[in-house]
Design a protein around this ligand. Structure first.
Ligand SMILES: [Zn+2]
Ligand SMILES: [Zn+2]
Length: 620
């Protein structure tokens, strides 16, 4: 191998996304090429096969093809086997740089590659068709192993033998439009994954199985928590059913009381505002693609469905003159916002078009940033711990040094960044990483990465310093020196959005919510009709105590009723027979099938209320 090749190999490693294990990235990217070779061998005898793109993705890789017919199970099995053979061949991945003309000639039979080459030639896109920053025209390189060559920037493993055949699996087939555009031709996308060793693959498949059982879209339906009516109401717009509404209401109350205790002031703002507001804030037209189009009234005004709460809170701040003594001012609102997501990207509660942020904006002096950051971190940790989401770390996004893409005063940037780092130091247990270049253009930020019970990471609770909006809206406070100063703004939302957070909670708890959140806390199960009277009395007394309970008065057998309540993940089953009627008691069973035994009604109420007050994750 000549020097030129070695350099290209190394150089390509810069394309590995931050946080992606470099070795796995190369393995998966190489597996995608091998997949393409095997698919072509499988389908070429039946007609034209064109290859589109095949990048590594979060949990694996895919490749898009234009095939002469639909791919089926048998094809996948054949292709997977063939991939293992190619791996055994230990074919080296050879790379060479080519000119645009050479690339056109080389891929003259591949229409999709030719289109990508034209983009590459203009220096606008990379070979996946993604836009590249201006002035960063990538080199055009071709990687070849065995009989397969691809327009590709790498990086790859040295030879196919570096991939473990036993740690490789094809996962599924789906349709995908060329360049994600419905107007284009639909291609066949084959998904696969690859790991370093078989045990890692097995672990991943097990986790996937577990995740499927906990899928909030499945559980949301089974437990009657929420619904989506794409045809009549619209995609990505959530209808909260009574049971889901209980969970949301409990979360809102919890956070509201925590926020009041931390000195926040609740506010309410409208769902629409004149376009002018968002022109000042810069949300329009710069984020136009992610918003619903403006609404017009009969008097020539344009309005926007609110995509963000911040400009409204700023207008509230501006209603009064503020002195440094008034700060910090913390305005909080469960604000519903609307964003435009493409149909193909909308999913369950986690990718929606309308959602409610547990939003707040803090207006502070530069000196107060550290203290306020620490308070927000403390609040967020308390919230996460309450749900048993105690496996978390924090990422601090700071600016790239010597870059001019940021707004705001450099001294305030440094001060704010240092303040965030100081604030984190106050929590010695908190693991954190500092990521250069991950700040927004308007300020450094911090976000929480939370690991759920089945070891999936979720990004939650972003806290963001903003030096841009105070400038755009010319916010002021009068300082100790009697002169006007610009406040710093902090955006924060511990849950992010209630929809997404509850979606995550459904999966985290597998639908078995802790008592204080459970939509129905007790199922009262009379064994025979003669026990119904006491059962109803129990319900009345529980409701009066603020507990959520229902009587299952159906004529089904007791065991069937218990099973039904367990399926619905109701924490307690209160079984009532002759003895319970006589002793004014309830016989308590848990959804886990454990029996607690007979308790007087007063004892049960005391137990349940204590656990609810403590927001306990336990049931006894
Ligand atoms: Zn490639
Ligand atoms: Zn905001």
């Amino acid at each position: 191998m000549d020097i030129q090749q070695v350099d290209l190999y190394k150089e390509a490693e810069r394309y590995i996304p931050k946080g992606y294990d470099p070795e796995l990235y190369k393995v998966r990217h190489s597996a995608a090429h091998i997949l393409a070779q095997a698919v072509r061998e499988r389908f070429a005898p039946e007609g034209e096969v064109s290859i589109a793109i095949g990048p590594p993705i979060e949990d694996g890789f895919y490749y898009d093809f234009d095939l002469p017919r639909a791919a089926n199970e048998a094809d996948l099995a054949w292709v997977e086997e063939r991939m293992r053979e190619i791996i055994k061949g230990k074919f080296p991945f050879a790379v060479r740089e080519v000119s645009v003309e050479e690339a056109r000639e080389f891929f003259k039979e591949e229409p999709y590659k030719l289109e990508l080459i034209e983009g590459l030639a203009r220096g606008q896109v990379d070979e996946y068709g993604n836009a590249v920053p201006e002035g960063e025209a990538p080199k055009i390189t071709i990687y070849q192993h065995d009989t397969f060559a691809d327009l590709c920037r790498g990086p790859h493993v040295r030879h196919t033998g570096e991939i473990k055949g036993t740690a490789l699996k094809l996962m599924s087939v789906a349709g995908a439009y060329w360049r994600g555009d419905e107007k284009n031709r639909q291609l066949t996308r084959i998904y696969g994954t690859a790991f370093r060793k078989q045990s890692e693959l097995d672990e991943y498949l097990k986790q996937l199985e577990e995740a499927k059982l906990r899928d909030h879209r499945k559980l949301g339906k089974e437990l009657g928590l929420y619904a989506i009516e794409p045809q009549i109401v619209g995609q990505g717009l959530i209808l909260w059913m009574p049971k889901g509404a209980v969970i949301r209401d409990q979360l809102e109350r919890f956070l509201k009381s925590e926020q009041l205790a931390a000195g926040y002031q609740p506010v309410y703002t409208p769902n629409i505002a004149k376009l002018d507001l968002f022109k000042i804030s810069g949300h329009y037209p710069y984020y136009k693609e992610s918003q619903f189009p403006p609404l017009e009234d009969d008097e020539g005004n344009s309005y926007l469905l609110k995509p963000m709460n911040c400009p409204f809170h700023i207008m509230i701040y501006k209603q009064e003159h503020h002195s440094y003594r008034d700060l910090p001012i913390r305005l909080a609102e469960f604000g519903t916002v609307y964003r435009w997501e493409k149909s193909g990207e909308v999913s369950g509660m986690t990718r929606v078009r309308g959602f409610t942020q547990d939003d707040a904006h803090l207006f502070v002096t530069p000196d107060q940033v550290e203290e306020e950051f620490a308070n927000v971190v403390e609040l967020t940790l308390k919230v996460l711990d309450t749900f048993g989401l105690s496996d978390y770390r924090v990422r601090v996004g700071v600016r790239e040094p010597n870059s001019d893409k940021y707004v705001g005063d450099a001294a305030i940037w440094d001060q704010a960044t240092q303040a965030i780092l100081n604030a984190i130091q106050r929590f010695p247990e908190l693991k954190y990483t500092v990521e250069e270049g991950e700040a927004a253009f308007y300020g450094p930020k911090l976000d929480f990465v939370v690991r759920d019970v089945i070891k999936r990471d979720w990004q939650l609770g972003t806290v963001q310093v903003d030096m841009n909006l105070p400038e755009r809206f010319e916010l002021e406070y009068v300082g100790e020196d009697n002169a006007p100063h610009r406040p710093v703004m902090i955006h924060r939302a511990p849950f992010g959005s209630l929809e997404r957070f509850i979606g995550i909670l459904i999966e985290h708890f597998g639908g078995a919510f802790p008592l204080w959140l459970a939509p129905q806390q007790a199922a009262i199960i009379p064994i025979a009709d003669r026990h119904l009277e006491w059962a109803k009395e129990v319900r009345t007394r529980l409701l009066a105590e603020g507990l959520r309970a229902e009587v299952d008065a159906r004529s089904d057998r007791m065991n069937a009723k218990i099973r039904e309540a367990q399926m619905q993940k109701v924490p307690y089953m209160l079984v009532i027979g002759d003895r319970e009627v006589e002793e004014q008691a309830v016989s308590v069973r848990l959804r886990s099938n454990e029996t607690v035994g007979a308790l007087s009604l007063e004892q049960f109420v005391a137990l349940a209320k204590r656990l609810i007050n403590e927001k306990s994750l336990a049931l006894q």
